[in-house]
Design a protein around this ligand. Structure first.
Ligand SMILES: Cc1ncc(COP(=O)(O)O)c(C=O)c1O
Length: 380
């Protein structure tokens, strides 16, 4: 299988949901908020023959080591508010948040309703949901597939959540978690899922919406980093596809006359987006081991497929060896990435060698380091 697929079906997206200004104010109200760095990697840019390579470094985000808390926190806030019938009061001023989506207010209503948060995860999302449960003073039950390692499990339990292992892969875990949440006594289970089983599932869409804060920050940082607003390419890692759909949505909504080319990267062993684009409809693959645990999904989120099929220009795969090399290269420049966090660099290094792909001395490429350093075991 070739590792690069050019999506000839790429077209402009219409009818995208409007940007919700409350997302950013909500994140700013959370403990440990500060923008994550947009770091320039000039030596790698030179090696690739491009103008700028910028990495949005999410290895320290809202007190955790991955970007996922942006989505999990916003989706939890919205889901709790909806479950208990909190009314939306305005357009996102600090006063509104104090009245409505403040942690204090959410904690008091979530505790009164005795809510228990549920999540299926291969690591980072579950830890983020566990952190939200801790902030709200409620319980969380987090379900993981067998391939999740001890380090990831103990990070989840360190938030006070329980971890339950499902004898199966990530897709199976998603189904079992949904059932467990639905069966929770008294209807008090609240599933914070980052992947949709139905196209109009609301909570996964709030997860996608929560990632907006990263792009708001990039828009504020790009001028200082490069002296210009231009971005020619954005590379997004894909598991269930929420992050990449947030990337497409943001750049389609911006007023740039030339939209950046959106490149996605998946592990060779779990490339459900690339497989779907190749046949023109959503397809599942049998996902097998990869060091990129967070990207080991066999099925896309149902709600992201309509966006990705039109908005992604190039879908790539990388193998674990390429990711391992990229991790070490990033370390040389002071970026300490876990495997998912280095996958975008692995992809762009590969793309630079593919004929017919237009990387040029004018290219300004943004990649995402989605998680910080963590242990991993290469399979031989
Ligand atoms: C660190 C990391 N990077 C990338 C991804 C992929 O994100 P998505 O599932 O939204 O495609 C995940 C998903 O869990 C992740 O944990």
């Amino acid at each position: 299988m070739p590792s690069v697929y050019i999506n000839t079906g790429r077209k402009a997206l219409t009818d995208l949901p409007p940007r919700d200004p409350k997302v950013r104010s909500f994140h700013e109200s959370l403990p440990h908020y500060r923008p994550t760095p947009l770091a320039a990697l000039p030596e790698i840019a030179q090696q690739l023959g491009i103008q700028h390579l910028l990495v949005k470094d999410e290895s320290s985000r809202l007190g955790l080591t991955a970007f996922k808390i942006l989505g999990a926190s916003w989706a939890t806030a919205k889901a709790v508010a909806k479950r208990v019938g909190l009314k939306s009061t305005g357009v996102g001023s600090r006063e509104d948040l104090e009245n409505e989506l403040s942690l204090k207010n959410l904690a008091s209503v979530a505790q009164a309703a005795e809510l228990v948060l549920y999540a299926a995860t291969d690591g980072n999302h579950g830890r983020a949901v566990g952190r939200m449960a801790k902030y709200l003073g409620i319980k969380a039950r987090i379900f993981v597939p067998t391939m999740v390692d001890e380090e990831a499990k103990s990070k989840i339990t360190s938030e006070g959540a329980t971890v339950e292992v499902i004898n199966g892969d990530y897709d199976q875990t998603v189904l079992d978690t949904k059932l467990a949440a639905e069966e929770h006594e008294g209807g008090k289970g609240l599933l914070i899922s980052d992947t949709a089983l139905e196209v109009d599932d609301e909570i996964p869409q709030w997860i996608v919406e929560g990632y907006q804060t990263m792009f708001d920050e990039i828009e504020e940082q790009i001028l200082e980093a490069t002296g210009q607003q231009t971005i020619t390419h954005v590379v997004a890692p894909v598991g269930a596809g929420s992050l990449s759909s947030a990337v497409v949505t943001h750049f389609e909504r911006t007023s740039r006359s030339t939209k950046p080319t959106i490149v996605t990267v998946e592990p060779e062993s779990a490339a459900c987006l690339k497989a779907s684009l190749e046949i023109g409809k959503m397809a599942s693959v049998h996902a097998t081991f990869t060091i990129c645990t967070g990207m080991c999904c066999g099925t896309l989120s149902a709600s992201v497929w309509p966006i990705l099929k039109d908005g992604v220009s190039v879908a790539m795969t990388v193998h674990d060896g390429e990711v391992d090399e990229a991790i070490h290269l990033l370390q040389k420049y002071g970026i300490y990435a876990g495997p998912c966090g280095a996958a975008s660099l692995a992809a762009i290094r590969k793309l630079a060698r593919v004929e017919g792909i237009q990387l040029s001395p004018n290219s300004v490429i943004v990649i995402f380091c989605t998680e910080g350093e963590r242990g991993y075991q290469m399979q031989i």
